[in-house]
Design a protein around this ligand. Structure first.
Ligand code: PRP
Ligand code: MG
Length: 175
């Protein structure tokens, strides 16, 4: 087995077996948020160069755990914050996007964009369904997606890329 050097923050993930159901190993980010929040946000910030950051206008957060990272990064880089919300929560919805869950589908919604450049943030990518829906939605409402960032990418569960633009992540699991 290939041993990859993992980011030091990976040691603070709490891997919970059989949550929320049997056979699922849940990667709980709670200890990172409580005890290592600044280091976690700094690590996500370093996923993009100084030049890349200057070209970004807004951070887009995917409800609900994505809000944590998008808002912290927006504050750190003096950018605005934009929400991708689950269905029925947002007034003046401009577009909705259905995405697949293990059983059935759910919907994400956004208000109208203004043509500016965004980075989409979430805590974790599993199948990639949420991030992919968020990216399509951003394009549909009128934002230019220049990057996608997450704290944890469960790479074995997705083959994620969107128009050739890969998701950047701090911690990756290949199995
Ligand atoms: C989790 C997680 C990601 C998504 C990842 O969110 O926060 O957003 O699932 O899964 P995917 O790559 O297979 O789409 P969830 O919808 O459980 O809700 P929450 O963020 O509100 O806790
Ligand atoms: Mg989520």
């Amino acid at each position: 087995k290939l041993i990859m050097k993992q980011h030091p923050l990976a040691q603070y993930l709490d891997a919970v077996p059989d949550f929320p159901k049997e056979g699922i190993l849940f990667q709980d980010i709670s200890p990172l948020l409580r005890d290592h929040f600044v280091a976690t946000i700094d690590a996500m910030s370093l996923l993009f160069s100084a030049k890349e950051w200057t070209e970004v206008d807004y951070l887009v957060g995917v409800e609900s755990r994505g809000f944590i990272f998008a808002s912290a990064l927006a504050l750190k880089h003096d950018k605005g914050f934009v929400k991708v919300r689950k269905t029925g929560k947002l007034p003046n919805v401009h577009a909705s996007m259905e995405y697949g869950l293990e059983y059935g589908t759910d919907k994400l919604e956004m208000q109208k964009g203004d043509g500016k450049k965004v980075i989409i943030c979430d805590d974790l990518i599993a199948t990639g369904g949420s991030m992919q829906a968020a990216a399509k939605l951003c394009n549909e409402v009128g934002y230019e997606v220049v990057g996608m960032a997450c704290l944890v990418d469960l790479k074995a569960l997705n083959s994620f890329s969107h128009d050739g633009m890969a998701v950047r992540s701090v911690i990756q699991f290949d199995d």
